[in-house]
Design a binder for this molecule. Structure first.
Ligand SMILES: Nc1nc2c(ncn2[C@@H]2O[C@H](COP(=O)(O)OP(=O)(O)O)[C@@H](O)[C@H]2O)c(=O)[nH]1
Ligand SMILES: [Mg+2]
Length: 332
């Protein structure tokens, strides 16, 4: 999940629990996507007699679009699928689905696998967390801090969502739960000033990872996007090389709108990774393909619930197999 934390630092029971949970999660995703999967399979029954034909590809296309993969990504995937199936002379259902999952997984992997991990190797590392209101930024920060604590790191939260007093209180509650320090000022303060304080505090208190919460903003709110650019500049100036990560938090249930958000945030603050939240409650995980395919932003983490432990590294192969893949087993 993190780059800069030795694998040996992660307690074995944490890893075991994660593997158990992941099976359940992808099983759930499979069930959520059941209808789309069944539609493809029903179509396939008749298609089986005539092999892998045009109708089948059209059905796959519809499924991908229904899962929010987006038109461009869908076309690329189906073209590649067709090329491979022709080359390998694939005519039966199972190998066809296997190939589909493989192509989707390929569309989700950055060339350098290291880019899929959160870089916390600098000391201190700075993670800036951005996104639209209600996507799960504050919750995700709590989860990340908790994971880092489990790995023996000393995170420090910075409450730069100064819009509402409640936002600062909410982050403080997560800091308590995760067992880490927080830097905050009264509501209404300049977020850039809070961030400046936060980075300075990390250095003086010896914290390793600074995690910055920001106010939710719509990608269409020009002034608020400027404010975010300013926050970023302040960090850059104070600590060359920072922020080491700028994570965009996206709500998986919002579908195609997520792609527009990603475009705008990427332009303003150079997003290094996406955290896809609420994957526990949707059948629309396909948006990750659209984001990775058209913007080249890797998906780094997924949120699978409202609790401290409900954060997972994103695994392209498992994800693709759960959502689009072959096999009839339920996954759990
Ligand atoms: N089911 C589910 N709910 C989540 C997840 N992440 C966040 N939430 C919920 O989404 C709501 C908004 O979260 P919050 O962190 O306040 O969003 P923010 O406005 O971006 O800071 C809260 O009710 C969270 O409990 C997740 O992965 N799964
Ligand atoms: Mg918040």
């Amino acid at each position: 999940m993190f780059k800069g934390v030795a694998e040996g630092d992660v307690p074995a029971e944490v890893i075991a629990e994660e593997q158990r949970e992941r099976k359940g999660l992808f099983g759930r995703l499979r069930r959520n996507l059941g209808k789309a999967r069944l539609a493809v399979r029903d179509g396939l029954k008749s298609a089986l007699y005539v092999g892998v034909d045009r109708r089948l590809y059209e059905q796959v296309e519809e499924t991908l679009i229904a899962a929010d993969v987006g038109v461009d990504g869908t076309i690329k995937i189906v073209d590649e699928l067709e090329r491979r199936c022709t080359a390998k002379k694939i005519e039966a259902r199972e190998p066809f689905f296997e190939e589909l999952a493989d192509v989707v997984a390929g569309a989700l992997k950055p060339e350098d696998p290291e880019r899929q991990r959160i870089d916390v190797s600098a000391d201190p590392s700075v993670i800036l967390v951005v996104g639209v209101n209600g996507t799960g930024k504050t919750t995700t920060i709590g989860k990340i801090a908790f994971r880092l604590r489990q790995m023996g790191k000393t995170p420090l939260m910075v409450a730069a969502d100064t819009f509402r007093a409640a936002a600062v209180e909410q982050l403080s509650a997560w800091a308590d739960r995760a067992g880490c320090d927080i830097v905050k000022q009264e509501a209404g303060s300049d977020p850039a000033a809070v961030v400046y304080d936060g980075v300075a505090a990390a250095r003086s208190r010896g914290a390793d990872v600074v995690i910055i919460d920001t106010a939710g903003r719509l990608h269409t709110q020009v002034n608020l996007m400027r404010e975010l650019e300013k926050v970023r500049r302040v960090i850059e100036k104070q600590l060359p090389g920072a922020p080491h990560e700028t994570l965009l938090v996206l709500d998986a249930t919002t579908g195609q709108n997520g792609l527009r958000q990603a475009q705008e945030f990427k332009q303003a603050v150079d997003v290094t990774g996406v955290v896809l939240t609420k994957l526990d409650g949707t059948a629309k995980g396909g948006i990750v393909v659209a984001i990775h395919d058209s913007l080249g932003i890797p998906i780094k983490l997924v949120g699978v619930g409202e609790k401290l432990e409900d954060l997972r590294p994103f695994e392209a192969d498992e994800f693709a197999r759960a959502v689009f893949g072959g096999g009839d087993e339920d996954g759990d």
